[in-house]
Design a protein around this ligand. Structure first.
Ligand code: NDP
Length: 500
């Protein structure tokens, strides 16, 4: 006898409130917003408050008071902050299945990918729990004989965190965990499409012992809530991930009180495959590179540069593999690609596919919505490949944030490097080759914050919290993860002691 294991269904009917000063409260206006399942918009996943400016100010005031408290979060032994982060990590691990279902329901990503994100979130909390005790300054002792210099590191203060919808749990945690570890207090504004798992992070951190005011969660439109955080004179730093356009706006708003900022913005990352590459690995890595989270990944390998000798073979294998990818309900463990996040994102993808066709790139596969039974009420788009793309085309220059790959053939390593660097972005890049000299030369010459050799996404930012992540050029300012990710939440103070 076999036992049927029921497939999980999307989470429904969650009701959230704002988290302000340790309490769950409605918005002052009473207005609420809703999130529907991107795979079937009949399913209401959650309702949550549309915060007013007054609500945001209350959250900021709570974070300010918690930070300025002389016996509060910034002043308790680092060990106690580490304990909170460690307990939060354990709670996240204990709740992995529920959180993964919720994450898959709000984003539309396959539940397997969602589980991975949840586990990586726990890893990040654990990593920074370990580092909390390691915030240390320096002594400069020999610049003159009659003085001693101490360099102290201190928490920057109240941190405003503004996050996008593609990895809502992980990208909030990349900011939250180091900020909390060093003693900052926080106000988080998740993307309006994906508030649920950020509310859960607020709950988990509160249950783990974060005192009132240390973690506040406010939801509502970017123009009201995000803008208020970015412009507030009572916020000391804004940590933002999202589009370059909104990043520029945040930068301008932050100028009012000369806030510290970190910006993690878009990318158009090159994934370069030389003729001597381990081909099967390169094909599978490239699929993962572009179709993870339906292409809605800032570091997606959205430009594949392939050397002419193996171009046809690569493309043949790549499209065969696409044929084996199950597209469907994110709750089905067999699903490899779910819907995109929203109707607006679906239209953006369609707009770029039109542009690719108009600019005469060769459409190899995909190029339309997924139709048929089960897809009528979701935002499904086919995995799409354009070949013979010229790097000057719109589809090679602009971030699509959907399952659309541009394949650009090249002949020489010099040509590949020039094409790879010919972009306003500089977030990530990969190179596939057995020639170690060529790989390292490429890694040194590419203008990008992350480089993978013979992998895509597999090691580095998405795999472990140790490696710093961030962009060159218009892909951002500052670094997240690693020791560098903690440095961004610290001020440096020089203390000079005169020796008599
Ligand atoms: P946005 O940059 O608009 O949103 C990111 C975050 O900023 C959200 O929380 C959003 O809130 C908030 N926000 C929006 N307007 C303001 C504002 N005026 N002041 C402060 N905060 C604001 O990204 P989208 O979600 O609209 O996606 C648009 C494009 O951005 C995508 O197609 C993709 O190209 C890119 N993107 C890049 C990401 C990355 O990881 N680098 C992640 C997500 C998107 P709200 O949700 O309420 O609008």
């Amino acid at each position: 006898m076999t036992t049927e294991v029921a497939r999980p269904t999307a989470v429904t009917g969650k009701e959230y409130q704002l988290l302000i000063n340790g309490k769950w409260v409605p918005s002052k206006s009473g207005e609420t917003l809703e999130r529907r399942y991107p795979a079937n918009t009949d399913v209401l996943v959650a309702t949550f408050p549309a915060a007013t400016e007054e609500d945001v100010d209350a959250a900021i005031a709570a974070a300010r008071a918690a930070f300025d408290n002389p016996t509060g979060w910034a002043h308790i032994p680092a060990r106690q902050r580490a304990d909170v982060l460690r307990r939060a990590a354990q709670k996240i691990r204990d709740e992995t299945n529920e959180l993964a279902k919720l994450l898959a329901s709000e984003v539309g990503k396959p539940v397997g990918e969602a589980s991975l994100e949840v586990v990586m979130t726990a890893d990040v909390f654990e990593y920074y729990a370990g580092l909390a005790l390691n915030v240390s300054g320096q002594v400069r002792s020999n610049y003159v004989d009659d003085a001693l210099g101490l360099i102290l590191k201190e928490p920057v203060g109240v941190v405003g965190i503004i996050t996008p919808w593609n990895f809502p749990m992980l990208l909030a945690t990349w900011k939250l965990a180091p900020a909390l570890a060093v003693g900052c207090t926080t106000v988080i504004k998740p993307a309006t499409y994906t508030p649920c798992t950020t509310f859960e992070l607020g709950r988990i951190l509160t249950e783990a012992g974060a005192p009132a005011g240390v973690v506040n969660v406010v939801t509502g439109s970017g123009k009201v809530v995000g803008d208020r955080i970015a412009a507030s004179p009572h916020v000391d730093k804004v940590a933002f991930t999202g589009s370059t356009e909104v990043g520029q706006h945040v930068m301008r708003a932050a100028a009012g009180n000369v806030k510290k900022i970190s910006l993690e913005l878009g990318g158009k990352s090159p994934n370069i495959i030389f003729a001597d590459a381990p081909l099967q690995g390169a094909v599978i890595g490239s699929l993962f590179g572009i179709y993870l989270n339906a292409g809605q990944v800032c570091q997606a390998g959205s430009r594949v540069l392939v050397q002419k000798e193996i171009h046809d073979q690569f493309l043949g294998m790549f499209t065969n593999f696409i044929g084996t990818m199950k597209i469907g309900d994110p709750m089905d463990p067999a699903t490899r690609m779910g819907p995109v996040v929203s109707d607006a994102q679906l239209s953006t993808v369609e707009h770029y596919v039109d542009a690719g066709n108009k600019e005469k790139a060769t459409l190899v596969t995909g190029g339309g919505r997924v139709t048929g039974a089960g897809f009528e009420k979701g935002y499904f788009y086919q995995p799409t490949v354009f070949d013979q793309v010229d790097n000057r085309m719109k589809i090679a220059q602009e971030e699509i944030f959907g399952p659309v790959l541009s394949v650009i053939p090249f002949e020489t390593p010099e040509e590949a490097l020039a094409i790879a660097n010919d972009t306003m972005y500089g977030l990530a890049a990969a190179v596939w080759t057995k020639d170690i000299d060529r790989a390292i030369k490429f890694a040194k010459n590419i203008k990008a914050g992350t480089v993978w050799i013979n992998s895509y996404h597999a090691a580095g930012a998405l795999g472990v919290p140790v490696m710093p992540f961030g962009g060159y050029k218009q892909s951002g300012i500052g670094r997240e993860l690693g020791l560098e990710g903690m440095e961004g939440f610290l001020e440096t103070k020089s203390v000079s002691i005169k020796l008599n």
